[in-house]
Design a protein. Structure first.
Length: 344
């Protein structure tokens, strides 16, 4: 059993609000001890090869966009000739991944649409200040900076996982600038069916055991990256997609630890804070597509329906996919998005 599996087995539980079983401190300590012998998994070669192939197959503009506080965001723009002529699909990732989450979907969308993807501060190729607070307010500053820098007028937020709260907030606050909204295995407010994956739940709970996990993971880069890869592997339904994308998405995982620990520490508070916006969701005029992978046990079909029920006229599509629906079934998802945007 790998050290990451020992940590997950010792300190995880599939529950909504808190870990019910504290786990084995001895097993956790053993895992941290073993981590001294565990180097980070080799992902550099796979990541570099993907970057080279993608740059040739899908030309794009790449730049660093500054937030008002100076933090720089890694931003990619596809089909820039369509900027201002058509709505812009703004693709946002979750945790613990990055904007490469959309690299199988982008070539299908960019044939016809203006597309932008970016890494939130603390993730992927963006700056990673160790002392920053990585909450929804920070992510909102990221999104606002990208929209302002590119002078985007009509936006289609495409949201996955962690980006649900910031993207839905933005649409509710900017209905006139929102052409449509796409929700992919994400969350917003409380839902009885919502569960956190083990790798998220163990860092979203409160108390000394969580502090011990953060302390240990902060000193065990190899264990942390192995744990990220293990959890990501569970997010796929398609074996070929899993083999191709886990090394790309998990590359550089140790560097995201400050953002990961900060974002997970406020996960349940951020969800609870959005219960008060249900009336606005019902009144929103923005067309909504809820496209979930049906095999995700955490952000599952019941969560999809609960989200759709809060938006008038939202369409639900369940695809034969896991948590990473945009990588398991990119062609089917692109077709659904095309259909959404074809409507007046």
């Amino acid at each position: 059993m790998t050290p990451s599996r020992l940590i997950r087995r010792a300190a995880s539980a599939h529950v909504l609000h808190r870990v019910r079983r504290p786990g084995s401190v001895a097993a956790l300590a053993l895992a941290l001890l073993l981590s001294a012998c565990a180097g980070p998994p080799v992902t550099q070669q796979a990541f570099d090869a993907h970057q080279a192939r993608f740059a040739v197959a899908q030309p794009h503009l790449q730049q660093m966009v500054a937030r008002p506080d100076g933090g720089r965001l890694a931003v990619r723009e596809f089909n820039p000739g369509q900027r201002g002529r058509s709505p812009t699909l703004v693709l946002m990732h979750g945790f613990p991944d990055n904007q490469h989450l959309y690299d199988a979907l982008i070539p299908l969308l960019a044939q016809r649409h203006h597309v932008v993807s970016f890494d939130f501060l603390g993730w992927g190729g963006s700056d990673k200040p160790a002392t920053a607070v990585y909450d929804v307010a920070s992510q909102r500053a990221d999104l606002d900076a990208v929209v302002a820098h590119l002078a985007l007028q009509q936006v289609v937020p495409v949201l996955h996982d962690m980006s649900g709260p910031v993207g839905i907030d933005w649409v509710l606050d900017n209905p006139q600038r929102s052409r449509a909204l796409v929700l992919l295995n994400t969350y917003y407010n409380a839902s009885p069916a919502l569960q956190a994956p083990p790798a998220i739940e163990v860092f979203a709970s409160k108390g000394w055991l969580r502090d011990l996990r953060v302390w240990g993971a902060g000193r065990a880069a190899g264990v942390f990256q192995s744990g990220v890869q293990s959890q990501m592997s569970d997010f796929f339904a398609d074996e070929a997609a899993r083999a191709a994308w886990v090394p790309v998405l998990a590359h550089g995982a140790p560097a995201i630890r400050p953002a990961f620990f900060s974002a997970t520490s406020v996960l349940w508070q951020e969800i609870a804070a959005r219960d008060g916006r249900r009336a606005q969701m019902q009144q929103s005029p923005v067309p909504v597509l809820v496209a979930f992978g049906r095999h995700d046990p955490y952000l599952n079909p019941q969560v999809a329906q609960a989200l759709a029920d809060q938006f008038t006229g939202a369409r639900v599509s369940l695809l034969d996919a896991g948590h990473y629906v945009q990588l398991d079934r990119p062609a089917e998802l692109a077709s659904l998005i095309d259909q959404l945007l074809a409507k007046p």
